[in-house]
Design a protein around this ligand. Structure first.
Ligand SMILES: *Cc1c(COP(=O)(O)O)cnc(C)c1O
Length: 360
């Protein structure tokens, strides 16, 4: 068996120890004689898995008591619709910041439910920048302010939390949750799909402050209603049981690896090394303004796009996979989530230097 370094943006690489643990427990989970896949979600075995999943996430992110932690289906994309339907609370408008492809999608979906005030928009810079908070056009009487903490496609990440007083902040953390410390108490809602930094696809984490629960539009699908899901421990319908288990294993791995602060340090080391290699090169460049460069997704272009194909095929031969940039941006993108080891980033940098020597 040989494992490659997989730089895919999502679904993405998982810790090898998690995969081995899942393999070990696949046929017989802890002497029960069955796989987690085969268990009733109402049985005591699965309930214990579900309880640990929730308590580990609460521990890791220090989630305060006045928040509900939900594990839903439908992805972050489902929440693009679910959020306005849950928390407009009779208001007719909400503020959205447009910092890239995912914000754009969230805005499009929200427009089915309310008027959207685009508080800031970096489309004119091809999403390489974030406007100063003081220049944002925020309506404090709107229902909430939504932003995308890390733009997975454009490689743009917020480095701090905007503050607009009592206006609830709603944040898509799909591609950087668990990658660095975050003060959950500053948010009305944090949500994230699992397939970037928490496990395989299929689980959507929603962390929602109590005062935003219980006000859903009466036409909302029950599975999206935070109040109904909270009341049933996210088991209003059959949950994605095996995926919950796998996310649980990833959370244990984060804990055993030293928790969020260790992840933060590890991610900073990897990203700093890769950006430095790009900065020092005359073949590679990253268009994102330095202050907003993502620690999770590092897009870069080659000075001569004619070389892209060869770069990708030689990289693949060396076990460096899925480096092709998103079709809307072109060039390359290295996604270096928690589970990407430093050795993977070092191997990528060595390859990039070698390629430049031969083609620069
Ligand atoms: C991947 C991603 C999404 C979409 O997630 P789905 O699970 O496919 O719905 C939304 N927002 C961000 C920031 C993402 O990275």
């Amino acid at each position: 068996m040989s494992r490659i370094f997989n730089f895919s943006a999502g679904p993405s690489t998982l810790p090898e120890s998690v995969l081995l643990k899942a393999k070990e427990e696949l046929l017989d989970w802890r002497g029960t004689g069955m796989s987690v896949m085969e268990m009733s979600h109402r049985g005591k075995e699965f309930i214990s898995i579900a309880e640990e999943l929730k308590s580990d996430l609460i521990d890791l992110l220090s989630i305060p008591d006045n928040y509900k932690v939900l594990f839903l289906q439908g992805g972050a994309t489902g929440q693009f619709a679910g959020i306005p339907q849950n928390i407009l609370q009779g208001k007719d408008r909400a503020c959205y910041v447009n910092t890239g492809a995912w914000s754009t999608k969230a805005i499009k979906e929200a427009k089915n439910h309310c008027e959207v005030i685009v508080s800031a928009d970096s489309k004119s810079s091809n999403f390489t920048d974030i406007a100063d908070y003081s220049d944002w056009d925020v309506d404090e009487d709107s229902a909430y302010l939504h932003y995308t903490d890390n733009e997975t496609i454009h490689g743009v990440e917020f480095q701090d939390i905007p503050d607009f007083g009592d206006l609830p902040l709603v944040c898509d953390m799909s591609s950087n949750i668990l990658s660095r410390a975050v003060d959950v108490s500053k948010f009305g809602i944090i949500y994230a799909g699992s397939q970037k930094n928490m496990g395989p696809a299929g689980v959507t984490v929603v962390i929602v402050r109590d005062d935003l629960v219980g006000h859903a539009d009466n036409k909302i699908a029950s599975v999206l209603d935070y109040a109904q899901q909270a009341k049933t421990d996210s088991m209003l319908n059959t949950p994605a049981t095996y995926n919950w288990y796998l996310v649980g294993l990833v959370l244990k791995w984060v804990k055993e690896s030293g928790g969020i602060s260790a992840m933060e340090q590890h991610n900073k080391t990897k990203a700093d090394r890769l950006y430095q290699a790009i900065e020092q090169s005359s073949l590679y460049s990253n268009p994102v303004k330095q202050a907003f460069r993502s620690r999770m997704n590092v897009p870069f272009v080659l000075a001569d796009a004619e070389l892209d194909k060869e770069f990708l095929s030689l990289a693949a031969k060396q076990g460096l996979s899925s480096l092709k940039g998103h079709r809307s941006v072109g060039g390359m993108r290295a996604s270096i989530y928690n589970a990407m080891p430093e050795a993977g980033v070092d191997a990528l940098i060595d390859f990039m230097l070698e390629f430049e020597k031969n083609h620069g």
